[in-house]
Design a protein around this ligand. Structure first.
Ligand SMILES: Nc1ncnc2c1ncn2[C@@H]1O[C@H](COP(=O)(O)OP(=O)(O)OP(=O)(O)O)[C@@H](O)[C@H]1O
Length: 267
């Protein structure tokens, strides 16, 4: 088996809370992601999913334990990591092509080379005719395509995605999920995809990690044995999908209920 490209070893993250106390967001969390593996992370609201990603991206150091990328302790933002968040990083004053070319330019590519790579990726995400458009002239789904091209043009070895599609309507969301799978397949990139939506997690991932109610630790990991390539809308109708869904939901539901009980008790 290939060595993991991402590894969290008993990682704990504590923050100073507003009231002067200490809040533990992540507790002794261990997980691994191998090259080419798509891992979805689900858990109740506020349990510590984004903090887990921050440990991998180097935005936050662990308070205890280790965060490793390619076997090395993460310090600063590791090479070869691409991000996609709910709020995209599309620059309104730049055209689609210039937005996508910005990453390669920043990483040292010549203007001509950056432009060439941007053209290829703008085309790949289906925006070939819109390279000269500005973001305000695009729909929400088209902007997400720009964000996807912006991330993938850098050919990341690791993709960290934090609810990237949650602001989209249901149909556009399904389209973008398919686009992501199509563009990711064969790249060999390791993905951690954080989502509230168990449907989305199963449709996309090889492995679904269920987090506990706060503080986040891994409650259970489920293999998703569904064939690829997948069409996310069709796969949801299959018996296999529904069986996996039921099994994971049993595990997730307990944590969601715990979180709801705590919040109604004002904890
Ligand atoms: N920089 C920080 N300083 C203090 N507390 C923080 C910080 N970042 C996160 N937290 C706290 O850690 C806890 C976990 O937050 P996190 O955003 O990781 O959860 P989440 O599962 O991603 O949430 P959601 O489901 O709402 O997206 C929250 O109580 C949050 O307030």
């Amino acid at each position: 088996m290939t060595a993991p490209v991402i590894e969290l070893r008993s990682a704990t993250k504590r923050f100073r809370s507003g009231s002067g106390g200490v809040h533990t967001a992540v507790q002794s969390l261990s997980m691994t992601v191998r090259p080419g593996e798509f891992v979805a992370v689900v858990g109740p609201t506020g349990c510590g999913k984004s903090t887990t990603l921050s440990l991998v991206s180097g935005l936050e150091p662990p308070s205890e334990g280790q965060a490793l990328v390619r076997g090395e302790n993460v310090s600063g933002i590791p090479e070869g990591v691409g991000y996609m968040f709910q709020n995209d990083a599309v620059m309104p004053w730049r055209t689609v092509l210039d937005n996508v070319a910005a990453g390669p330019r920043f990483r040292g590519a010549s203007k001509a080379e950056a432009r060439k790579r941007a053209e290829i990726w703008v085309d790949k995400v289906g925006l070939g005719k819109f390279g000269g458009y500005y973001p305000h002239q695009l729909s929400g789904g088209m902007r997400k395509r720009v964000a996807l091209a912006q991330t993938l043009v850098n050919e990341p070895e690791i993709l960290l995605m934090d609810e990237p599609f949650s602001a989209l309507d249901v149909q556009t969301r399904a389209l973008m999920q398919d686009e992501l799978l199509r563009l990711w397949s064969g790249t060999g990139a390791a993905v951690i995809f954080v989502t509230h939506d168990l449907d989305e997690a199963i449709a996309l991932a090889d492995k679904v990690v269920v987090m506990t109610a706060s503080p986040a630790t891994v409650k259970a990991t489920f293999e998703v044995g569904l064939d690829r390539p997948r069409n996310v809308e069709e796969i949801r109708m299959t018996r296999e999908f529904q069986d996996v869904y039921r099994e994971i939901w049993q595990s997730l539901k307990e944590e969601v209920d715990k979180t709801r009980e705590r919040s109604s008790a004002g904890v």
